[in-house]
Write a protein that binds this ligand. Sequence first.
Ligand SMILES: *Cc1c(COP(=O)(O)O)cnc(C)c1O
Length: 427
Amino acid sequence: MKKIPFISKQQIEEIVKTYPTPFHIYDEKGIRENVKALQEAFSWNQGYREYFAVKATPNPFLIKILNEYGCGCDCSSETELMLSEAMGITGDNIMFSSNDTPRKEFVLADRLGATINLDDFTHIDFLEETLGALPKKLSLRYNPGGIFKISNGIMDNPGDAKYGLTTEQLIEGYRVLKEKGVEIFGMHAFLASNTVTNEYYPTLAKQLFETAVRVKKETGVSIDFINLSGGIGIPYNPDQEPNDIRLIGAKVKEVYDEILVPAGMGDVAIYTELGRFMMGPYGHLITQVIHEKHTHKEYVGCDACAVNLMRPAMYGAYHHITVLGKEDEPCDHKYDVTGSLCENNDKFAIDRMLPEICIGDYLAIHDTGAHGYSMGYNYNGKLRSAELLLKEDGSVQLIRRAETPQDYFATFDCFPEYASLFQKGDL
Ligand SMILES: *Cc1c(COP(=O)(O)O)cnc(C)c1O
């Protein structure tokens, strides 16, 4: 499918008068349409709730939009919990799906009334010790091991993943939780990431539903909610067919009706913790070309770099690039599109066929709405960019300012001899 940016060159030329490149910009209209479609796809399930994976895009202005449609927050750290609390999203509206969790994060999650999803059998005792007593509601994260297959092949390798409890630990875990007075039980699993197939959720659901039936038979524990977690992907590459969320919802219902309903478990709530699917396609990283370089290869150098979008450098991930204003020109030039880090993996694209690029052109790097800004870092002393929201009415709102050198140096603020680095106006 041809990938069309949600913003035009004309709009960007206006925006840069106020907010210089690089920046991430998000499409409010796209976010709203997508979350509505998700809610509809699972509306057959009474207790359905999406907990947005905050780590994907930890911006309160964006999470607020999802929250209008009933989405909660899936948190995995202290700061994500703090962000959620600051937005007024607390209690049952927080899922705390962490791993290798520090004690104080469990304490904060519990204080906020979050639903805690334990990543390991030993965390039952760790949590009890930490809190004095276990919460009334607890969830366990399942990892069946082996490889995770769907009809057309292997999706992922849970046997290699650090997360979750084995089948034996899971069953024993529910027994122990019940003994210790837990009353509301959840089951969670995340077995494959960025799946671009309508089969992932239904296959995962079947496995979890069957396990829930087994847990009930063997321990008497009746699971109250099943959390299918994240993993529904997006078509980063134009060759990929997007997931059909309505079909995914309908297929999960089929296995629900086939396995849970006959077992007398037709009241189990379905939860999701999607990140990428909720935001990924609705963000672009906008960057301006500032250099051309003709050496052993043809390079174009941008004012963004891997600190603004790490996925290409980290995973060799494909992110589509549109040269704004040249949408209909032939892609007859081959470029490496680079940033300025002193790392040769700082390339947004390698040997990419694009229209002829000139200095000053604006590039829209697609699908940066999730795991984009949030994976940012400060290597080479580079600063994180601003985040902007393209509103439904076409106006643009700053939803996070760009970092300044003072932000970068802020953690030297206890050393008076370096005061000049973090005092505003001194630079
Ligand atoms: C990262 C993560 C998610 C979200 O994953 P996506 O691939 O962005 O959908 C959900 N749950 C947990 C526990 C995660 O670690």
